[in-house]
Design a protein around this ligand. Sequence first.
Ligand code: ATP
Length: 233
Amino acid sequence: MLSLEAVSAGYHGLAILHELDLTVGEGEIVALVGANGAGKTTTLRTISGMVRPSSGSITFDGRRADGARTSDLVARGLVQVPEDRALFGPLTVEENLRMGGWLRGRDRLDEALAEVHELFPILAERGKQAAETLSGGQQQMLAIGRALMARPKLLMLDEPSTGLSPKLTWAVLDAIKTIRDRGVAVLLVEQNAHQALALADRAYVLESGTSVLSGPGPELARDDRVRAAYLGL
Ligand code: ATP
């Protein structure tokens, strides 16, 4: 589905990612864990075309993706939920959702909306309410729902649990599993390594812009280096 080979990238000539290799297979949840500043967000922004790699290649769904425009990648099925959620606050919940599906025809849009409502019933209940009046957890659900309206093949999530209570965090992570079970691959950046590794089919540990460890999530959670550095054990 997605493959990065020796990708280097950064800002204003300053390299942040160093020859990063990473893959996401069909129907997989893959997590990226690592300390602040390790380059997790930069990895997502490079994949989604917001940061251009200085070398290496990115392939998505069988075609090259490095150098492509973000809007073209969205049309190809690669959709990112940004960390700040970037909702349209004064617009209603339903208007936000419909904007996520603007690339789809009207029929597909109603179908996608029904699927999002099934996943997050609260978004149907609050459909006519301004997005800015939702709680933090509901806003995160709306941001994910809006991304799903574009019918992604790969959904990228940047720290979806930021600002959420543990209970709501698990609700959002549960929804991510359901999304995967519906056939959407997921690449997840999560500050909470414990939860990310419990959820992920596979995970990568990023340090200074490169992958230093990778493997099945539960296996990494048992790794002494990961336990010491990221799980506080
Ligand atoms: P965090 O959890 O803190 O977001 P991260 O692993 O996601 O960490 P990145 O946000 O990718 O890390 O940041 C990696 C490095 O790139 C940091 O040193 C950061 O200061 C730098 N950086 C991030 N965005 C920019 C930018 N727009 N311009 C210049 N440097 C940036």
